[in-house]
Design a protein around this ligand. Structure first.
Ligand SMILES: Nc1ncnc2c1ncn2[C@@H]1O[C@H](COP(=O)(O)OP(=O)(O)O)[C@@H](O)[C@H]1O
Ligand SMILES: Cc1ncc(COP(=O)(O)O)c(N)n1
Length: 308
């Protein structure tokens, strides 16, 4: 009989008291996708569906003690990072995770869906210097990608809440994400620039053209925590041994399917949480905007096969 022990996925992230983003999203996703979630907390946030009220950073020594506790005892198969909050924590996590050699998914959390800044200019610099170079893949949205590319380190001030993003209109969003993916990969970053409701993410590896990863788009206000959910799903599929391209396609399909489920919820006065553990939906086309229940089989496509 095969070993029933699940792989261990470690999330290094902040908490969300509303249970939508951060460690809440990560642990629910990891467990739903068949792994055991370990959890290193970097910050406590007072947060709801409307916004972030307060942030309490965890001291770097306590973050390190949590990393020690996990790595000393558990056979971690993949790591994902979310909100890290300070340059010291970014550098620490880069050093410790790189030493293990396990797959590392970096979600460079700089701004919340609500628009709150969760990482300043020094955090952006630390990502560039320490964490991006050792990431198996980084998963910025377009705002975060712009901040990471910005030479004046004012990138985080360019970020806007989801409703205000880009100003390019929905039709330009995939092209913007493609260009950002290409620019980051030209700097040596293995990157998946997520396109939000545009329905297209771009996977770009250094030396190769970006690849479009298309999935159904769901028109919803229940999208708080999509980035956390997506990067946790990606890390979990990597922990199960799937190649990067396949893991990315499965992660995107999972998020779209779960968004179609939570789209029917009415939780909170702002942007509600993604459904993490309830059965999700498969959406039959790549362009539809309303949820239709069908099956739980993932459904997303990559323009060309990626076996990275
Ligand atoms: N409305 C949506 N419909 C379908 N997929 C979505 C939607 N919003 C986000 N996603 C997907 O969720 C994942 C996380 O992306 P994104 O929302 O851009 O991250 P973030 O929360 O960091 O802004 C990506 O695969 C993205 O394409
Ligand atoms: C603790 C924590 N981590 C990450 C996010 C980003 O998630 P979102 O972009 O959906 O607001 C957040 N709001 N809070």
């Amino acid at each position: 009989m095969s070993d029933p022990t699940p792989p261990v996925v470690l999330t290094v992230a902040g908490t969300d008291s509303g249970g939508a983003a951060g460690t809440a999203a990560d642990l629910a996703t990891i467990s739903h996708l068949g792994a055991h979630g370990a959890c290193v907390v970097t910050a406590v946030t007072a947060q709801d569906t409307l916004g972030v009220r307060a942030v309490h950073p965890v001291p770097v020594e306590v973050v390190e003690a949590q990393l020690d506790a996990v790595f000393d005892d558990l056979p971690v198969a993949a790591v994902k990072t979310g909100m890290l909050g300070s340059p010291e924590v970014v550098a620490l996590v880069a050093r410790r995770v790189a030493a293990t050699g396990v797959p590392l998914v970096v979600d460079p959390v700089l701004v919340a869906t609500s628009g709150a800044v969760l990482g300043g200019a020094e955090v952006v610099r630390a990502y560039r210097e320490h964490l991006l170079p050792v990431a198996t893949v980084a998963t910025p949205n377009t705002d975060e990608a712009r901040a990471l590319l910005s030479s004046d380190d004012q990138g985080q001030s360019q970020t806007r809440s989801r409703g205000e993003r880009d100003g390019t209109g929905a039709h330009d969003a995939p092209e913007l994400a493609r260009q950002l993916a290409r620019q980051l990969s030209a700097r040596g970053v293995r990157v998946l620039v997520t396109g939000g409701e545009s329905g297209t993410d771009w996977l770009a590896l250094p030396g190769a053209e970006p690849l479009a990863l298309r999935h159904p788009s769901v028109a919803t206000r229940h999208d708080h925590g999509t980035g956390c959910t997506h990067s946790s799903a990606l890390a979990t599929h990597l922990a199960h041994g799937r190649p990067l391209g396949e893991a990315a396609a499965l992660a995107a399909a999972y998020v779209a399917g779960q968004l179609a489920t939570s789209n029917r919820w009415r939780l909170g006065r702002g942007r509600g949480p993604v459904a993490h553990t309830l059965p999700g939906h498969t959406l039959p086309t790549h362009t539809q905007s309303a949820p239709q229940a069908v099956t739980r089989t993932p459904h997303a496509s990559i323009d060309r096969g990626v076996h990275a």
